[in-house]
Design a protein around this ligand. Sequence first.
Ligand code: C2O
Ligand code: CU
Length: 579
Amino acid sequence: MTTGSLLVADLVIAVLASAGWLGAGAASAVRRRPLALALAAGALLATLARAITITALARAGWWFAAEKILIAGPLSLAAVGVAGPRLLRVPVDIRAVAVPLLFAGYATSGALLVTILHGYPASAGAGLLAVAGVVTATVISARALGARPSRTASRVALGVAVGALVTGTGLTVAPGVAPAVPHDHGFPATRIADEPTRRFTLTAGTATVDAGGRDVDAWAFNGQVPGPELTATVGDVLEVTLRNRDIGRGVTLHWHGYDVPNDQDGVPGVTQAAVRPGQEFVYRFRADQAGTYWYHTHSASDVGVRMGLYGVLVVRPGPVTGLDVTVPVHTLAGRPLPAPRVERVEAGVPVRLRLINTDSTTHRYALAGTAFRVAAIDGVDLRGPTPLVDTAVLIPAGGRYDLVFDAPATPVALFVDGRAVYSTGPASTAAGAWPVLDPLGYGATAPAPWSRFDKTFTLVLDRGLDLRTFLPRYAHTVNGAADPDIPPQVVRLGDVVRFTIVNRSQIVHPWHLHGHHVLVLARDGKPATGGPLWLDSFDVRPGEVWEVAFPADNPGMWANHCHNLAHADAGMTLHLMYS
Ligand code: C2O
Ligand code: CU
């Protein structure tokens, strides 16, 4: 069983246990004896079964089990200890056990709420709040059912509830230690002397564009979605003038995967101010990395990219040989882009398909009709990639794969999620339920370039209630905090930095660090054997633990976030900062 399915199984059992106890309590309160006994027996079994799932999760990593062991464990023991013995000697009037059964229900539900609303890391505050809730609910139920606890019992319960409530609230809402990210400092302009310069102008504005045969409202660069394809040869200087005609939320250009100097990175409030309607900003940087990249607005990035403010950036090592095709995949107003394209290709011509996922979720790509190799991932060439046949690739949000092959005499077709987007003739072959390539085992190994790490960080991804905003929101969290309260990762120039990313949640988080590519060391404890995989975007699936490392060689303040941009907006953004 994967850790992801264990997380789901444990959650389901926890829900069944609390529902069972609460139902048993209610049934006994209305004297439905057989129903009450059946529900209580089920709940007891479920509560005991959690010992198995929680132990298994703890073995997968403390991050997955912390609050379950520290908070759900004791509360479940209390539930079993209070309600269990009553079930062995059931009184004649079943109503007499209603309060203990309800107590067990409140205890297990309280623990469940801690997991759902608070998650990782377990905190004393959350535990105390759960205890306060359980005691209060039990006292209220006892009153309502006319049970007469002794005066001392009531006093003690009240004391415990109030004490726990006060301490727990204090501990939970206390301001975090996160220093605010310094924003809007002076932005020095990078000066680059006379060199071959490729100049482009991108004007952002609202537009009506064609998406799969239908006119839709979009936000576009130069009136088109995707924006113009920017190309350069290694060594060129790129000079891109960004103008904003009428995008009220502001616009910037972020060069996704391109490790530009910090002041060219295009993150509003961190490396520059957003470009407002009527304003402009000039980006200049040297194109010294070959490969497939893309650009997109980073101002209101979730809605901005979704509405169409993105385009392709390709830097080639030299003149194009053979056929070089870019396939930026996007969903615009619910319609898949690009439109299918058919192009005759002479047999023997070398073809490179540059696949780019500009959406916020993973896409599945399948190339039918030829053997192919994955030449590069996220712009970086792989070592010794071997030929693949009838194999699909999954590209995370923001990720790029370059597929290469020599055109055969018969047609070749590329499918994205089952839809043909590119073919060299009538697409007769279809891609079936092919196995998916695991890039961690593809290509030839290279020895790890470092033997020591100067800094290590752990990022635990989860969901939780963010109480620090005016209106509490159900945020996507990192180590229990949401942007802007997540402490930055502070490194020094020259450090070799290792970080572990753990996904405790039920959803995929495509991780993206700005300004650096990270080398994948291991996933779920299994070392990466192929590659070497230098990625800027990678899917951390539920229950997965990734180990990655990078040299801190690009000073500045860098966003480090989930590239499901709705998640990034809802808290899942932190910063890497050079001291
Ligand atoms: Cu492609 Cu911070 O983003
Ligand atoms: Cu995410």
